[in-house]
Design a protein around this ligand. Structure first.
Ligand code: DX5
Ligand code: ZN
Length: 217
């Protein structure tokens, strides 16, 4: 069964406590938390103070997705805010090996995200340092976008790379995941599904999470 990580970007922030409890009481596995700086992506979301508050109520793994320039400035801050997985973007780093090993030395799992234009090939030499490979299935910045079909090949390539190198990296897919495409995404080799709009715009979010969880069973 896939790991399901609802993206809180699509939650109703006027009732954030209720949204967190809804996830706590659902079959979701992780909270996916999108941090945007308005430079790496054309949008600004929330940062450490909000994540720290959410951690007080949330009972599941915090999967923090940093869409910020020079993420190495903030690794310790996000650890202190409660990140369990901390993911930085390939496109933001000159020294990713150092960043990934620092994340792990700080006691977190290390994630690396690749944008749609970045070939899977680029991560092959550091795959053993990556606990979570986040393959973006949209151009990051906003929830509610349409899944890019080019992602399917990338998932297959990532799976082949991970198996070929004997790594234990999880493959996470983020952007445009729906009840219609989830089974194909899992069949291609994904381990973790992020879902924002699909969960939070549903009339029954917990039932939608349950259906995502049962994908490919
Ligand atoms: C976008 C974020 C995603 C976003 C996904 O840059 O990384 O996590 O919230 O939202 P949906 O599932 O609505 O495409
Ligand atoms: Zn994300």
């Amino acid at each position: 069964m896939p790991i399901i990580a609802p993206s809180m970007l699509s939650a109703d922030f006027l009732k954030l406590g209720e949204e967190i409890e809804m996830i706590n009481n659902s079959e979701a596995d992780w909270f996916h938390l999108d941090v945007m700086d308005g430079i790496f992506v054309p949008n600004i979301s929330y940062g450490m103070p909000i994540i720290k508050q959410m951690k007080r109520l949330a009972k599941k793994t915090f999967d923090v997705h940093l869409m910020v320039e020079e993420p190495q400035r903030y690794l310790e801050d996000f650890r202190d805010a409660g990140a369990d997985y901390l993911t930085v973007h390939y496109e933001t780093g000159y020294h990713l090996h150092r960043t990934l090993t620092t994340i792990k030395a700080l006691g977190m799992k290390a994630g690396l995200a690749i944008n749609p234009h970045t070939p899977v090939e680029m991560v092959k030499d550091i795959i053993h340092e990556i606990d979570l490979l986040l393959v973006m299935s949209i151009n990051p910045g906003f929830g509610g976008q349409k899944f890019l079909p080019l992602t399917f090949d990338k998932i297959r390539q990532a799976k082949e790379l991970i198996l070929g190198k004997g790594a234990s990296t999880l493959i996470e897919i983020d952007g445009g995941v729906t009840l219609n495409n989830a089974a194909d995404i899992i069949a291609a080799g994904a381990d973790v599904l992020v879902a924002g709009n699909t969960v939070f715009s549903a009339t029954d979010p917990q039932d939608t999470i349950k259906k995502l969880k049962q994908t490919g069973k």
